[in-house]
Design a protein. Structure first.
Length: 144
C-alpha cells in the first residue's frame, strides 16, 4: 500500500495538463466518484482541486511523516510544502498571494476497495496555514 501513497503524491504534485489524461490518472487511483469528507467528487473535480492547489502554491513537494496500512485502509500523514504565489480559496474566503513558504500538515485516512480509493477522510491544518499566511491572527484571551 505504500506504493499507493507514492502514486497519490505523484498525481497531486504533478497532475497531467491534458484534461483526459488528468481524469484518467485520478480514475486509476480513486473510484469515480470518490467520497471526500462526506462529499462525492468526480475524477474531474479531483483534477480541478489538484490544479487549484498548483495555482495557489509553487514548488510543491511533500514530506512523508508516516504511513499506516490495515486491510482496506491506508493512513498517510505528511507535510505539503510550497510557496504561496497564487490566490488560495479557503473557508474564510480567498487569500491573496503572500510569497510565504508553507508546510501544511495533513492526515488522509483512505478507504481502499479493489486497489482504488473509495473514500477519503482528510484533516488538514487550514488554521495553521492561515496563521502562517497572516490571513488570521490568533490572540491570547485577555486576563482581567
Amino acid at each position: 500500500m505504500n506504493d499507493l501513497a507514492e502514486r497519490l503524491f505523484a498525481v497531486w504534485l504533478d497532475p497531467p495538463s491534458d484534461d483526459a489524461a488528468g481524469i484518467a490518472a485520478f480514475r486509476a487511483l480513486y473510484t469515480d466518484p470518490v467520497d471526500v469528507n462526506g462529499t462525492a467528487l468526480t475524477a474531474a473535480e479531483m483534477l480541478a482541486r489538484a490544479r487549484a492547489l498548483h495555482r495557489a502554491y509553487s514548488g510543491l513537494r511533500h514530506e512523508l511523516l508516516d504511513v499506516v496500512a490495515a486491510p482496506g485502509r491506508l493512513v498517510v500523514a505528511f507535510l505539503m510544502r510550497g510557496t504561496h504565489t497564487g490566490p488560495l480559496s479557503t473557508a474564510l474566503g480567498t487569500v491573496a498571494p503572500t510569497g510565504r513558504e508553507v508546510a501544511i500538515r495533513t492526515i488522509d485516512v483512505l478507504t481502499v476497495v479493489d486497489g482504488r480509493i473509495a473514500a477519503v477522510c482528510v484533516v488538514g491544518d487550514e488554521l495553521g496555514t492561515l496563521v502562517r499566511l497572516d490571513a488570521v491572527q490568533l490572540r491570547a484571551p485577555s486576563v482581567s
